[in-house]
Design a protein around this ligand. Sequence first.
Ligand code: COA
Ligand code: MG
Length: 295
Amino acid sequence: MTQSDDVVAAGIRPRRSVLYMPGANARALEKARELSCDSIIFDLEDAVAADAKDLARDQVVAAVSRGGYGYRELVVRVNGLDTPWGADDVQAVAGLPLQGLLFPKVETAAQIDHMLAVVDKAGGDRLPLWFMVETPLGVLDIRDLARRTSRLSCLVMGTSDLVKELRARHTESRLNIAYALQHCALVARACALDILDGVHLDFRNQKSFRAACEQARAMGYDGKTLIHPTQIDPANEVFGYDAEAVGQARAVLAAWEAAQAEGKGVAVLDGKLIENLHAAEAQRTLAFAEALSER
Ligand code: COA
Ligand code: MG
């Protein structure tokens, strides 16, 4: 079985649009129940001021407990365990019906072991973990970090922190962080993990936002983390498959199956060669479309 067969067999969870919601913003917590994002990250970390940490934690616990988020995947970003809030955050949310717990600034194996111990003790021993990759050490060591625990489900690039840590600048081309983005994408694919691009700070600029999405999509990213509702539709578009792409996938698969039935190892569709790998790709596209239609 190839890795893509594995994914198809295991079912796909679309993560095209992953919206951060500041935990202290009651209006945002309410509003997200009707937004068309695939996933929601309730944020207790960067988006919440120090004096609002307790309020944010209480509001997030209440919002998740109340539910009503439908098909949307729910994840909480806790504060690091080396901060005054991290342990209390984990204690408060580990027992909630979440699909993931996102930890910031993951850099060392010891940190991951500690994380697992704290999460398990808080009753979250079945909770998938998500890691933020947002420091030079995190990027460099992600290959080992990603293999430290089988509980890891998704990598999330923290491009704002990374640019700051590098003493770099935010540029529209992102050539300055392209190496880091692609390195982490390679690790994600090698370890069968999903990977999400960082946020686009210039959130009123649809043109540059779409360009950043296209760039990440071309690198293999599964989706983008978002800060504003207007970013959801374009992200869903860029990281999804339109009707034409789904139709093409059906045609590829039909041509492939017909060739197989005739005992041929390759097929030709519209003058183009179809091989095993194209059939696998088409299968994944159809599984993705099916996952969306099942909602
Ligand atoms: N999640 C859910 N709803 C959101 C939202 C979010 N991240 N950001 C904005 N909204 C809602 C607002 O509540 C408002 O709803 P309403 O009109 O129905 O009351 C609507 O979307 C329009 O918001 P708008 O007025 O355009 O935005 P703003 O100027 O108030 O806020 C930001 C802009 C960037 C401050 C805000 O979007 C935000 O806090 N984003 C998240 C930041 C974050 O999470 N950072 C951490 C990760 S990097
Ligand atoms: Mg950060």
